[in-house]
Design a protein around this ligand. Structure first.
Ligand SMILES: NC(=O)c1ccc[n+]([C@@H]2O[C@H](COP(=O)([O-])OP(=O)(O)OC[C@H]3O[C@@H](n4cnc5c(N)ncnc54)[C@H](OP(=O)(O)O)[C@@H]3O)[C@@H](O)[C@H]2O)c1
Length: 357
């Protein structure tokens, strides 16, 4: 696939737009999950000038109520015979739903949301398999609904400023990228990181972030090699991906749940290097070394980190777009297919692989 630049969303970083400022009609948000990222992102949705918090759902009624009270949602759905996310999806006062459950349930929840006629922002990993991703994209396209994977890295100003430098030739021809993203999760009580039914493992939890930088610089690779250290339950506790391109560039990406790593990424060209600050998921700075000189570019974030992707969702829906040019659905499908192939090489399977569509 020929490389094309990931388009810069309006307002970053050359225009000094505030991603919290309203750009049109108010959207009424629903949130599925009361977990950790749901709390962080909800707090930032609440700060958008054109958002209201309409409904939250949880498997437990008390948790749903407590979350609604904490953030000021109008309604909560929890417990009951019908899954709470289905009741939230059916709420006529909800316009767009943020899906923030473990990846193993993204397909079922998002399918219910789309079939109820609601737009959706879905956490990464978008799904567990490429086939699930294709099925969701098919439903959204058929029904004319907005759908996006929440890879927030694609929307942060530093990411685009770094791509500008690479594109302008600051490093010469890019031949090499090396990135690592890891933390020690062995004492983390969150079962979702390890459970096959939740899509556990480092690949689906972490690898999309260094991959996002690679896609921004070189596009999808021509070849993939992958190896992993597997847990007793068969998910990858750590993995190494080697990507290569017919024109000779290579990338090595390490993701691990077993060790603290530098959480940085280095792009090597024929004339110089660019090293991101940490964490590479959304760094505030990068450093370019060339001809013996070192230059740091630093960005003061103008808004909380998830606000940039929330502005994109809002702006797209307000403008009648059905997908984001910066996070296209074909990239999401291709990423999930790439991960399918990586898992095949690592020997990782999930119950979701047996699904038929
Ligand atoms: N963008 C980012 O920076 C970022 C960061 C962290 C995580 N994530 C992604 O966000 C998702 C959630 O991660 P997290 O760290 O927030 O997880 P978490 O803290 O474990 O929260 C997930 C929540 O989902 C609900 N849930 C759990 N199992 C479920 C199931 N089988 N079906 C439906 N709901 C279920 C639970 O809420 P109730 O018990 O109330 O139902 C739980 O609290 C993952 O896909 C992860 O990759 C993204």
């Amino acid at each position: 696939m020929p490389h094309r630049r990931i388009p810069r969303p309006p307002g970053t970083p050359k225009e000094s737009g505030d991603p919290l400022a309203a750009t049109g009609d108010t959207l009424r948000w629903g949130v599925v999950s009361t977990g950790s990222i749901a709390s962080e992102v909800t707090a930032q949705i609440a700060r958008l000038g054109d958002a209201t918090l309409q409904a939250v759902s949880s498997r437990d009624a008390d948790r749903a109520r407590a979350f609604a009270e904490r953030f000021g949602f109008a309604t909560s759905y929890g417990g009951g015979a019908t899954p709470s996310f289905e009741r939230l999806a059916a709420d006529p006062d909800v316009d767009v739903v943020y899906v923030a459950t473990p990846h193993g349930s993204h397909f079922d929840v998002t399918k219910a949301v789309l079939e109820a006629g609601k737009h959706a922002l879905v956490e990464k990993s978008f799904t567990v398999t490429g086939a699930e991703a294709e099925a969701l994209v098919g439903i959204a396209r058929e029904r004319g609904l907005f759908l996006m994977e929440a890879v927030w890295t694609r929307f942060v100003p530093t990411f685009h400023a770094a791509l500008d430098e690479v594109e302008a030739g600051a490093l010469g021809d890019v031949r090499w990228i090396q990135g690592d993203l890891g933390f020690r999760a062995t004492s983390d009580a969150r079962r979702r990181l390890w459970a096959p039914e939740d899509g556990g493992g480092a690949l689906l939890d972490l690898s999309v972030y260094p991959l996002t930088w690679v896609l921004g610089v070189l596009g999808f690779p021509d070849r993939l090699e992958a190896e992993a250290e597997l847990t007793d339950e068969g998910v990858d506790a750590a993995n190494a991906l080697t990507l290569s391109w017919a024109h000779g560039a290579r990338a090595q990406l390490l993701s691990t749940l077993l060790a603290q790593t530098t959480r940085t990424l280095t792009i090597g060209g024929t004339e110089g290097t660019l090293r991101t600050g940490a964490p590479l998921t959304g760094p505030d700075a990068f450093v370019i070394e060339r001809d013996g000189s070192v230059h740091e570019s630093r960005f003061e974030p103008s808004a909380p980190r998830y606000a940039y992707q929330l502005r994109e969702v809002t702006r797209c829906i307000q403008g009648g777009l059905r997908e984001s040019p910066t996070m296209p659905l074909d990239d999401t499908i291709a990423t999930m297919r790439l991960f399918d192939e990586a898992r095949r090489r690592m020997g990782v399977t999930y119950p979701h692989d047996a699904r038929e569509f």
